[in-house]
Write a protein that binds this ligand. Structure first.
Ligand SMILES: *Cc1c(COP(=O)(O)O)cnc(C)c1O
Length: 363
């Protein structure tokens, strides 16, 4: 007899997240080699060398369970951000924290406001617990529209996700706008995903951590996957009021942040040289790419992150395919509601040159 799966409809209705394919798989599929990937906003310099050393050292302890409270790493983070250790929860990537927040704080039928387009994991995690995402489009400048979000709040709204800078647009919201927003909303939970906050140059940018003790409950998500170059080892964290941290910790798998990840993150936080090298690379690469695109008459959108959008004025999925044949992997924005935009992250200088040459051929 065949087993009849009795599963919740809200799970069946989730569109699976489609990550950019790994380099090797694409190369095999397309019979190309020596390709470059500018599709996942990763750090093109590689991982922090200090983190690599720390991982090597930690390998000898792999027989031991990790520190389930993440004591050393949390202490380091709490010192560098000047916040209490009780406000920090580590995750197997900040992705995991999104899921834990949904699981700990939402019930079936709760409404959660999600900007559109933004990071697709909010939608997936909200739906995974039977809560209902309510989309609020970005404004005409492709920024998260805090006023529209405020107007969209209903008595059923429990949580709002904000992404600052927003992925995929690279736009930010300011302290002033965020403060106005916090003053005008009822007490719902505001989650600010700051995966790219380190790259921001604009001094007016809001930082969620500044509002840790405000009346409205603000949760800030940070990650080691981007500027610290540790996407593969999976480590991120949330900064949240203690009352929320206590709830999340009840359901958090005790060893979710593995020992190598904790060692790597600790070392990466100390690797000021790598951090600065990454910042310089992104700044210089961005300005080279913008200059080149301007010269080619191609529209792009200035960004505060390590990635940006380009209006290719052609079917973005087709441009993705053609770029791939040139050995350059970009991200089509079709699934994000921009059928003629691609997103790329800044690469190494020679990767940026290759990208521009390939784009010139393709469009
Ligand atoms: C890359 C990214 C993350 C980081 O996810 P990890 O699970 O920490 O690797 C989170 N949010 C956004 C918007 C991102 O682009």
């Amino acid at each position: 007899m065949k087993t009849e799966l009795k599963i919740p409809n809200y799970i069946v209705s989730i569109d699976p997240y489609s990550p950019g394919k790994p380099l090797k798989e694409l190369e095999r599929e397309y019979g190309i080699s020596d390709s470059i990937k500018l599709a996942s906003n990763e750090n093109p310099l590689g991982p922090s060398p200090k983190a690599v050393e720390a991982v090597k050292e930690a390998l000898g302890q792999l027989n031991r369970y990790p520190d389930g409270r993440g004591y050393d790493l949390i202490r380091k983070i709490s010192q560098s951000l000047e916040i209490g250790h009780e406000n920090i929860v580590l995750g197997n990537g900040s992705d995991e924290i999104i899921g834990l927040l949904a699981k700990a704080l939402l019930q079936v039928g709760d409404e959660v406001i999600v900007p559109w387009p933004s990071f697709l994991m909010y939608d997936i995690m909200v739906r995974s617990v039977g809560a209902i995402p309510a989309y609020v489009p970005l404004n005409d400048s492709l920024c998260i529209d805090l006023e529209s979000i405020q107007n969209r709040i209903t008595p059923k709204t429990r949580m709002v996700f904000l992404c600052n800078p927003n992925n995929p647009t690279g736009t930010i919201f300011s302290k002033a706008d965020f403060e106005k927003f916090l003053e005008n909303i009822p007490n719902i939970i505001v989650v600010v995903d700051e995966a790219y906050i380190e790259f921001v140059q604009d001094r007016t940018c809001a930082h969620g951590i500044d509002y840790l003790n405000s009346d409205i409950m603000v949760v800030t998500l940070r990650t080691f996957s981007k500027v610290y170059g540790l996407a593969g080892i999976r480590i991120g964290y949330g900064v949240m009021p203690q009352i929320i941290a206590n709830l999340v910790n009840r359901i958090r798998p005790p060893f979710n942040a593995n020992s190598l990840a904790q060692a790597a993150a600790k070392a990466a936080l100390e690797d000021k040289e790598f951090f600065q090298k990454t910042m310089d690379l992104v700044k210089e690469g961005m300005s080279f790419l913008f200059d080149s695109l301007r010269r080619m008459g191609i529209e792009y959108f200035p960004s505060q992150a390590n990635f940006f959008l380009i209006n290719v004025k052609k079917n973005a999925d087709e441009v993705f395919e053609k770029m791939l044949r040139q050995g350059v992997i970009v991200r089509s924005m079709k699934a994000y509601g921009y059928p003629e935009y691609i997103r790329i992250n800044v690469g190494l200088p020679d990767e940026n040159i290759r990208f521009i040459k390939a784009l010139e051929k393709v469009i």
